[in-house]
Design a protein around this ligand. Sequence first.
Ligand SMILES: Cc1cc2nc3c(=O)[nH]c(=O)nc-3n(C[C@H](O)[C@H](O)[C@H](O)COP(=O)(O)OP(=O)(O)OC[C@H]3O[C@@H](n4cnc5c(N)ncnc54)[C@H](O)[C@@H]3O)c2cc1C
Length: 390
Amino acid sequence: MYATLSAARLRDAARASIEELEIVLVSPQPTLVVRPRLYEPNPETLTAPLDDVLKAIDVRYVQGTVETIDTRGRSVEIVSKADDRHHRLTYDRLVLATGSRLFRPPIPGLAEHGFSVDQLDEAIKLDRHLHSLAGRAASKARDTVVVAGGGFTGIEVATELPARLRRILGPDATIRVIIVERGPAIAPDMGAEPRPVIEKALRECGVESRLGVGVAALDDAGVTLSDGARIESMTVIWAAGMRAAPLTAQVPGERDNFGRLLVDRTLRVLDVDGVYATGDAAKVPCDDQGRHALMSCQHATRMGAFAGNNAAAELLGVPTSPYHQKVYVTCLDLGEAGAVFTRGWDRKVEMIGAKAKATKKEINTVWIYPPRAERAAALASADPERVTDL
Ligand SMILES: Cc1cc2nc3c(=O)[nH]c(=O)nc-3n(C[C@H](O)[C@H](O)[C@H](O)COP(=O)(O)OP(=O)(O)OC[C@H]3O[C@@H](n4cnc5c(N)ncnc54)[C@H](O)[C@@H]3O)c2cc1C
């Protein structure tokens, strides 16, 4: 979304016409899936329309999924699910912004029995399953949810669940939510300062943790852990690990362990002419201290704004701008215990409880949504130097 907006912004700024620079967005649906919110109830409501904003900025929308990329011939093959039609679109510059997917290792039973909150359809499937539990007799397996992975997503989904399950199963159900985390501490990437806040929140929400053990196998009645322990559960949510979306594999560039394409500071894929990669699909340095952008919405929006701007700049013959993101914050939802807001790469805690929760709500309901469908406002929202750096 931001790549499209910023390319259109530069086209206007350079006084180029839509004949001189045509911008096309290819996507399965003309909507933004508000992915950072998929741990919440009612996931089917967590999309925002893009058609009106695209019309307002003269961007052509093509419905479909890119199945193949021919970087030599500079074209993509698009498949439209609605009518199974295949067609080819040529490009002068391609911005690959296909995001990421949850990584599911080959653990027995995971593919068949594991739920997730990674993609819209998966979050909807989980929500339907949780509601279907109300029609079953109370049992340990019905009333227990296991969350595999105690990182950002695992914590957000786990702390949301007790209240969500109480609403579905009633106040008398003996609800248990258990995080299984292979590392020795919860929130392995969060560092020492926010961890006590998170641990207290888990206690307040009644979320248990099993640390230092992994999920070894799943079946329809529960999960077996790596130490042999068994937890009876009809609901196991996998929240451990991300990989760049599979399309990145078709671009002949170097990749990191997450499958992200290595790009330079302009977001151009190294050694591949005409291709930019951005968001969760790209690994880019974000400052001069050797740090790289993370697979996060916070980085993806700014990266997108630079990628679209730079792809357009090359074609319009104006200078490109190097991506930078000096500010890094985290705002972790902690269910009924509020939230925790940290600033900086060393994650200094700046807000907790209700105050942090209000910021999380603002981020989740305003900042990560598309701009309003009004040309000047929409284009201004994608100025790479202005896209929120918090
Ligand atoms: C539950 C959850 C909570 C999160 N919480 C946070 C948070 O609090 N803060 C934060 O910063 N980040 C958070 N994230 C991470 C954040 O959602 C991602 O980093 C961000 O969405 C990445 O943006 P993106 O545009 O690169 O990719 P995506 O948002 O994944 O978008 C990729 C788009 O490309 C489309 N696409 C994929 N393949 C193709 C194809 N072949 N052809 C055409 N279109 C294609 C997809 O349909 C999708 O619309 C969270 C993620 C999850 C799942």
